[in-house]
Design a protein around this ligand. Structure first.
Ligand code: MG
Ligand code: MG
Length: 256
């Protein structure tokens, strides 16, 4: 089912989006060498509770995971790319970390992910994997708006990733969001323009390009959740929740 939100619900979604962005930025600040992933998870839990929000992850038990997730944030480090289950791992300088967070506040969910390198950046221009996912996300957002189609977004995201030299895995992609975290329509990270569902004002989408440096194959950890690159290469993931408005698109999970 595709949910179209009312103006009042969109205004609640703005608050949820701002909260998700603020928590992610706080966790990024905390992700210094020596920080344990379980500390980040506990910090996320405290911030979610203090804001009166509800975690979309703790009780999450989809068909593809060994549910329930039981944690408040996804922590995917280096070769881990999606659904990283927080565990007893201490961050070191140079680790490429992806944090993915979804919460619900006043009945509306928002979902965002950021990637960054712990300590000094990997190179003066930043990490190329992160740069590619961020550019693909910007392109996907720019392709969205009333009357555009899902395929326009997919094409925009996929074009950036493939032109940067990455092969795109289409097992996981973006999605509708609203009263729950994962809804229709699915937003693949590859596609053809002019195809698929036509976007309408009031639709909320989570767009989430992700890449692996030299493979498009995933393996699942023994933990039943964490998805890693099959080759052991580094990976990155960037995600924003956006609202389709009457005259364009509004990003709800931008940091202040
Ligand atoms: Mg997410
Ligand atoms: Mg998502």
């Amino acid at each position: 089912m595709i949910e179209i939100l009312s103006a009042a619900e969109i205004s609640r979604a703005r608050r949820t989006g701002a909260l998700v962005a603020a928590i992610l930025q706080a966790l990024k600040q905390q992700s210094t060498p020596g920080t344990n992933l379980l500390d980040l998870d506990r910090a996320a839990a405290v911030m979610i509770k203090e804001a009166g929000a509800v975690s979309c992850y703790v009780d999450y038990a989809p068909s593809f995971g060994r549910g329930p997730f039981g944690h408040y944030i996804c922590t995917s480090v280096n070769d881990a790319v999606l659904h990283g289950l927080p565990h007893d791992y201490t961050l070191a300088a140079g680790d490429l970390v992806s944090l993915d967070l979804a919460v619900s506040l006043a009945g509306v969910a928002a979902d965002s992910a950021i990637s960054f390198v712990v300590g000094d950046p990997a190179s003066p221009g930043g990490d190329p994997l992160i740069a590619a996912t961020e550019e693909a996300l910007r392109a996907g957002i720019a392709a969205a708006g009333p009357g555009a189609r899902i395929g326009d977004i997919s094409y925009a995201i996929g074009s950036v990733l493939t032109q940067a030299g990455y092969s795109v895995n289409t097992q996981y992609g973006g999605h509708g969001i609203g009263s729950t975290m994962h809804q229709d329509p699915h937003v693949p990270n590859l596609g053809r323009p002019g195809r698929g569902y036509k976007l309408r004002p009031g639709l909320l989408l989570a767009l989430e390009p992700w890449v692996m440096a030299d493979t498009d194959q995933l393996v699942t950890d023994p933990d039943g959740w964490t998805l890693r690159s099959a080759s052991g290469c580094r990976t990155a993931h960037s995600e924003h929740t956006v609202a389709i408005t009457s005259d364009g698109v509004e990003v709800l999970t931008l940091p202040e």
